[in-house]
Design a protein. Structure first.
Length: 285
């Protein structure tokens, strides 16, 4: 069981995303082959807003699970999905020997009306976890937010939501990306006081191009410390140097986490296996 791995060793896991176009799948499998050589403990696979292209998530996860023989974790979001649709996805996962799901509310699709949003089947991720726990044999992980979810009005409220996910059946958590470890350490202290006792993986995203701050990072709501903004100011218009500096920043961040007892790392790879390999070699050599 994936939850058992945290008791025995330091863990390293990856996140990947399916290609947007069917013609790009050959390249996607090459990415997975390269990541598989790094022997991660598991690989999670995203899917689109509202559950779009969930079949592609299953296909990628099946390759990880059945060809690479690495535990696969399929993301499953509920914001735009009906119960019947989620049960169909769960059945497809079972057919492909996939046991693990990262259960998320997900971002509201742009074409979802206020009426549809208000009447959705699942209001929060803990509702999805409870539903899957009751109706499937899947094992669930949940997401956590070191600086709170951007829609939540306080950290206290966000931690209450996190406790509900644990109580609903989440077996471990994977954190949203963050760039300042002090936020993460404070989050762990607050989570422990709230009664969060299941393992938490630290989510790390290397910033290898300046444009990432305007896309993924902005959407995550994560703070950007001065050390990182200075790095981007220095190297942002020099792609090769920016890549090296961003990877070095991530390595130093992970090493600091490990020195402070955080031993479970989840790397947001952005489907870049060479980058993942450089980081894995640096932190585990």
């Amino acid at each position: 069981m994936l939850k058992d791995m945290f008791e025995h060793k330091n863990t390293l896991s990856f996140e990947v995303f399916p290609p947007k176009k069917d013609g790009e799948f050959h390249a996607a499998f090459q990415v997975l082959d390269a990541l598989g050589k790094l022997s991660p403990d598991f690989i999670s696979v995203t899917y689109g807003a509202g559950g779009s292209r969930s079949g592609k998530t299953v296909e990628i996860a099946s390759y990880i699970q059945n060809t690479l023989k690495i535990d696969a974790m399929a993301h499953m979001t509920c914001v735009g999905s009906k119960r019947e649709e989620l049960l169909q996805v769960a059945a497809a996962l079972k057919d492909h020997n996939i046991q693990y799901v990262l259960a998320l509310r997900g971002d509201r699709p742009k074409d979802m009306s206020d009426e549809q949003f208000a009447s959705r089947d699942f209001a929060h991720a803990n509702d999805l976890i409870s539903f899957l726990k009751e109706n499937t044999g899947l094992h669930m992980a949940g997401a956590c937010y070191p600086e709170k979810h951007y829609e939540c009005f306080s950290m206290e409220s966000d931690l209450n939501h996190l406790k509900r996910k644990q109580d609903a059946g989440a077996e471990f958590f994977i954190s949203q990306l963050f760039f300042d470890n002090d936020f993460y350490y404070r989050f762990l202290e607050k989570a422990a006081k709230k009664g969060i006792s299941i393992p938490i993986c630290a989510g790390i995203m290397p910033i290898t191009a300046a444009k990432q701050l305007g896309t993924t990072v902005t959407l995550s709501g994560s703070s950007v410390p001065k050390a990182l903004t200075d790095l981007i100011a220095t190297y942002g218009d020099r792609p090769d140097d920016m890549r090296k500096a961003g990877i070095d920043y991530a390595i130093r961040q992970i090493r600091d986490l490990q020195e402070n007892g955080v031993n479970d790392i989840h790397l947001y790879t952005m489907n870049k296996p060479k980058m993942a390999a450089e980081i894995a070699e640096a932190i585990y050599r």
